[in-house]
Design a protein around this ligand. Structure first.
Ligand SMILES: O=C(O)CCC(=O)C(=O)O
Ligand SMILES: [Fe+2]
Length: 277
């Protein structure tokens, strides 16, 4: 086993027979990295995708952009936007479907949230210069925290792997996070704030890098000024949470519906069938 990995075994108590989960699995992280992730809310993996693995994702993203991007380009606001957001990627290209069980991300999700996890979604964000300013406001992905916190509130956890297909720098737009902000359950970022905020960390990483974040972490993407920028968001939650509501229902004839007709229990669980009792 490589030095930066370790094994975890979880027992799920009082479980239903049909439940699938790996009894023991190899986590692609050290125990110290997981502790840091729990405290800071983010974990950086530089150049996780390289060579052919990276170019296949870049090409699949470009194919999807060719197929669907124009529809979005026609309806852009004048002054500012997030760029182009494409959804339900696993339904649209087998290259994306390969990410469903990608161990460097999935094993960390299981180590942090328990063995029973499901896909929340796979989305692409493509931003480019020469148009309206393309950047994101400060935001977080899990928006359903009650204030005040009820005694039995279930905090929604999610991990979103931000997969960068281009170098992330001042030309394409760094990504910023506020370490520790995923634990702030009494506030949310003000709406439509694009400027720096106290405690932010500006991240610049080479193409193929992945930044895993807790879904509640405050983050933003800075403007894409000089070069096109492509990234994917691969998200997981515990099995008993629902998938992302964005983008409406998946295409009825998509690749995941086809896969579900004949697949193993793990695949079913990751795609949201079962996983609780
Ligand atoms: O483009 C990025 O670096 C982050 C994008 C983002 O936060 C989002 O689309 O939710
Ligand atoms: Fe985001």
């Amino acid at each position: 086993m490589p030095a930066n990995r370790h094994k975890i075994s979880y027992e799920v108590l009082n479980r239903h027979e049909a439940l699938h989960y790996p009894p023991e699995f190899e986590v692609h992280a050290t125990p110290e990295e997981l502790q840091d992730f729990a405290a800071s809310g983010y974990l950086i993996r530089e150049q996780l995708f390289q060579g052919k693995a990276l170019s296949r994702l870049q090409e699949a993203t470009d194919r999807l952009d060719d197929a669907e991007g124009d529809r979005h380009r026609k309806h852009r606001p004048k002054d500012r936007s997030w760029g182009i957001i494409l959804r339900h990627l696993m339904d649209k290209d087998p290259v994306f479907l390969e990410l469903l069980k990608y161990p460097p991300v999935l094993s960390v999700c299981r180590a942090m949230m328990g063995p029973l996890v499901r896909l929340r979604g796979l989305t692409a964000r493509i931003s480019f210069p020469g148009a309206e300013v393309q950047e994101t406001n400060w935001h977080q992905h899990m928006r359903v925290v009650s204030k005040p916190l009820p005694p039995w509130f279930s905090q929604p956890h999610a991990i979103d792997a931000l997969i960068y297909l281009d170098d992330i720098n001042d030309d394409t737009g760094p990504v910023c996070v506020v370490p520790g902000s995923h634990t702030w359950l009494d506030r949310h970022p003000d709406h439509q704030i694009f400027a720096s905020i106290e405690g932010e960390k500006v991240l610049r990483v080479p193409a193929g890098s992945v930044v895993m974040i807790h879904g509640n972490l405050w983050h933003r993407a800075m403007p894409t000024l000089r070069k096109k920028r492509r990234m994917l968001i691969l998200g997981y939650t515990p099995t008993w949470l629902r998938k992302s509501p964005h983008g409406g229902p998946p295409p009825a004839d998509g690749l995941t519906a086809e896969l579900l007709q004949d697949c193993d229990e793990e695949t079913k669980e990751l795609l949201g069938i079962g996983g609780y009792s």
